[in-house]
Design a protein around this ligand. Sequence first.
Ligand code: GDP
Length: 327
Amino acid sequence: MPTCLITGVTGQDGAYLSQLLLQQGYRVVGLLRRSASSDVVGERLRWLGIIDDVELVDGNLVDLSSLIRVLQTYQPDEIYNLGAQSFVAASWNQPLLTGQVTGLGAANLLEAIRIVRPEARYYQASSSEMFGRVREPRQNEATPFYPRSPYAIAKLYAHWMTVNHRESFAMHASSGILFNHESPLRGIEFVTRKVTDGVARIKLGLAKELALGNLEAQRDWGHARDYVRAMWLMLQQDKPDDYVVATGRTTTIREFCQLAFSYVGLDYRDHVVSRRDLLRPAEVDVLLGDASKARERLGWQPTITLEEMITEMVEVDLTRHRTRLRA
Ligand code: GDP
C-alpha cells in the first residue's frame, strides 16, 4: 500500500485529494497545524465521510524539524504540498506570514524531502495568480509570470524552488499551475462560495443584499474534484514536470452572480452591490488557461461544467441554511 502525505489536508483540495487517494488504496497521512479552534478543523473531511480514514499528524510547514520527523516516521511515497495562507485579499494584511507559510514553507518541505526521503515524489500547488497582470491572452506553461499580490509572489518563490530542486537534485518534483477551482467545500471568503451562500440566504429570507467588490474580474473556474485528479496524475508520470490545469473558459464575477441567482429564480441586480472597500489594492483582471499539455500528456480534462458546479454549490448552501433554520 503506497503512503502519501498531504499538507493542507483540512482545506478544500486536501479533502478531495484524500478522498481520491483513499479510493486508490493509499494510506493517507495529513499534516495538521495545531490551533485553538481545532474543533472545526476536520469539517471538510467529515463532510466527505473520510475523517476516520485519514491519519492526522501534528506538524507545521514553518517548522523544518517537524517535517523531518513526519517524513522519518511515515516514509511517504508521494507528498502533496497544498498547505498555504491561500486567500489573496488577506495576503496584503499579512504579507510576511504569507511569505513564510506559502513560500518558505514549500522550501522547508522540499529540503526535508531532500534530507530524509529524496526518492519520494513531490507535488507543489502552484497558482494561476502567478500570471497576475497577464502577458498573453491565454496562459500556458511558457507564459511569463507577473504576480500582483504578496500571495502570488510567495507562490512564485515556491514554484521556482520546486523547479530548482528538480533540476539541481533530480528530485521527482512537479508543479501544478492550477486555475481557480471551487466546490461546496470552498472557503466562504472566496467569491464563488460567498455568492452561492448569499444566494441561499437571500432565497430563504435570511438576507436581502450581497456586498461584493469588483464584478468585472474574470476567472477560469473549474471544479476541485476534477483538479485534484490532475495532481495525482502528475505524480504517476515517469518524469516530473509543470502543468497548467484549467477549463479554457473565462467568466466575469457578474456573470457568475447572474447564473447563481437565476438558478433559484432571482435577479442578481436586485441584490448584489459592489462596494469600494471590497476592491483589492492591485487586481488580477482576467485569467484564462490553456491546459493543452495536461490534456495531451496526462490525458486530463475537466468533466464538470461551471453551470453544474454552481447548481451543486447553491443546493448544498440551501440545504445547510434550511437545516440550520429547522434546528
Ligand atoms: P482569487 O482569484 O484566488 O483571488 O479568488 P477569489 O475568489 O478570492 O477572487 C476572485 C475574483 O473575485 C477577484 O478578482 C476578486 O477581486 C473578485 N471579487 C469581487 N468581489 C469579491 C468578494 O467579495 N470576495 C472575494 N474573495 N473576491 C471578490
